[in-house]
Design a protein around this ligand. Structure first.
Ligand SMILES: [Zn+2]
Length: 510
């Protein structure tokens, strides 16, 4: 689960009231075999010690916290690929073997760049901030369009010109509001083949200093950087002469020598099992979890009487990766009606980067991807419970509730009341319209018993209830089986915010 510091502050006080169980009718389930028989097959395929073996390995000190900046992340990826292969799950055509490689790029701002408009010159780092770092040596017309209303762009010829906008009205709030909209404007300008976006940012010192410090170190280049036009904020103090009047055209001289880009090569790991039903096997259920975590602390720290420095991430999310591996082992032996895709994502802890990359570059077409049951965890404080982040939002609740019930587990929803939905790898596919909740360890309330393990050195296997971990894994597999065999295609609950996107994806024209 990605960093939740801000969320904690907001939700800690309201957490108690959301712990509720849902008792839905078992008759809605699509199960065709008695659960006991299926459970026996799951137990035979995955005896307890074998079920948790990947958890013990992935969360071991040897993997050093599976951080994207360390070589052990590749060891973890290769291990998961080997597990998929030995399970008998197949590579997905279009992937690179069991991998989907992607690259993250990091840059620093150029220390020496300047931007001159008329008689005013701005220096990168001091009075100008460059949001990416490429070489620019350009002397070109600049047209001022005032504020950033896209309507004003209609009919303007911007090809080969810089565009200057006025943003902010002197306050932090107005600057923040306008800066949150510029990415969209940048895309519009890019389509119009403008040379770059210059933002005349009228704000207070606090906001400018905060932006400066956010941009002062290494920062990640936007994934669309390869095609994005340059974007530069220019410091404007209330009372300064306007750089250019709205509608006026001047000249801009931009001289920036880029710093080297550092590239980090990462991988999502994936496999699939083909479904048995000729009418349903074209539909895929995605079983996902992230396998990266936080690595090694800069300084060893004392936690629970133990000096430690490795963020083992046993709950978050070696357990989730293990359940996906175990699901591959079970479904390769007992394929369900629909096809099943297994994926473990990288770089979740940095902001869902692996799953965002996948959603933007799907290997199985999204219109064939009918459901995603993601797994992620902070910690747990109730071993009779599964927390389904996204409960009451998709048609598959009853399947998951019935599967959990077969293992003596009840199901509650997001104990924060909904904020966790965007904190894990279910979100990028959900935003594409695919019903996608996250299956998590039981959180009766979102309180210190969760925070004391979440992103802490003590998130280790040694203090986990392994009987519960096995039940968690097996109930996940049974849930996935019921969903993959459901006669009806999964959908969002009627009236859900994502229902229109779902309709557009699966029923174009209706
Ligand atoms: Zn996490």
């Amino acid at each position: 689960m990605k960093h939740l510091a801000l969320l904690f502050a907001i939700t800690a006080s309201i957490s108690q009231s959301f712990a509720q169980t849902h008792a839905q009718s078992a008759s809605q389930s699509s199960m065709t075999q008695p659960p006991a028989k299926i459970q026996a097959g799951i137990a035979t395929t995955l005896p307890a010690d074998q079920a948790i073996a990947p958890l013990l390995y992935l969360a071991s000190d040897r993997l050093k916290g599976r951080y994207i900046g360390r070589p052990e992340i590749d060891t973890a990826a290769q291990y998961i690929a080997d597990q998929f292969q030995s399970a008998g799950a197949r590579t997905i055509p279009g992937a690179n073997g069991y991998f989907q490689p992607f690259t993250l790029s990091f840059v620093r701002q150029s220390p020496t760049g300047t931007i001159t408009i008329g008689s005013r010159t701005f220096s990168i780092g001091a009075t100008a901030l460059q949001f990416d770092a490429e070489n620019i040596q350009l002397n070109a017309p600049v047209v001022c369009i005032g504020d950033d209303s896209a309507a004003q762009l209609a009919g303007l010829e911007l090809k080969g010109k810089f565009v200057l906008i006025d943003a902010g009205s002197g306050t932090r709030a107005s600057a923040h509001k306008d800066m949150s909209k510029v990415r969209q404007l940048r895309q519009v300008l890019q389509a119009k083949q403008a040379l770059g976006l210059l933002i005349n940012l009228n704000t207070d010192d606090d906001y400018w200093t905060a932006l400066q410090s956010a941009m002062s170190g290494e920062h990640r280049v936007e994934p669309d950087k390869a095609t994005a036009i340059p974007m530069i904020a220019l410091r404007y103090h209330a009372g300064d002469q306007p750089l250019l009047a709205k509608g006026a055209t001047g000249n801009a001289s931009v001289t920036i020598t880029a710093t080297p880009i550092r590239e980090l090569k990462l991988k999502n790991v994936m496999a699939f099992v083909q479904g048995t039903d000729p009418n349903l096997r074209g539909q895929y259920i995605v079983l996902s979890a992230h396998y990266d975590h936080l690595g090694v602390a800069a300084q060893p720290q004392m936690e629970e009487g133990k000096l430690d420095s490795i963020y083992n991430g046993a709950r978050d999310n070696a357990l989730g990766s293990t359940a996906v591996i175990d699901a591959a082992k079970y479904f390769a032996r007992y394929p369900p009606k629909r096809s099943v895709m297994f994926v473990t994502y990288s770089a979740e802890e940095e902001g869902l980067l692996g799953s965002e990359y996948y959603a933007a570059h799907p290997i199985i077409p999204l219109a064939h991807t009918v459901y995603n049951l993601n797994i992620d965890n902070a910690s747990y404080n109730d071993t009779t419970l599964i927390s389904l982040v996204g409960l009451n939002r998709t048609s598959e609740d009853s399947n998951i509730i019935n599967a959990c019930k077969a293992y003596g587990l009840s199901v509650n929803g997001d104990p924060t009341g909904g904020s966790l939905f965007f904190e894990s790898d279910n979100a990028p596919l959900a935003l594409k319209g695919i019903p996608a909740p996250t299956y998590s360890l039981g959180m009766r309330s979102f309180d210190s018993t969760i925070f004391n393990r979440y992103h802490r050195l003590s998130d280790e296997t040694g203090n986990m209830d392994m009987h519960y971990a096995v039940k968690f894994i097996r109930a996940y597999i049974l849930s996935a089986l019921y969903i993959a065999n459901d006669a009806t295609q999964p959908m969002w609950t009627k009236g859900d915010a994502y229902e229109p996107t779902w309709k557009a994806l699966f029923n174009p024209g209706k």
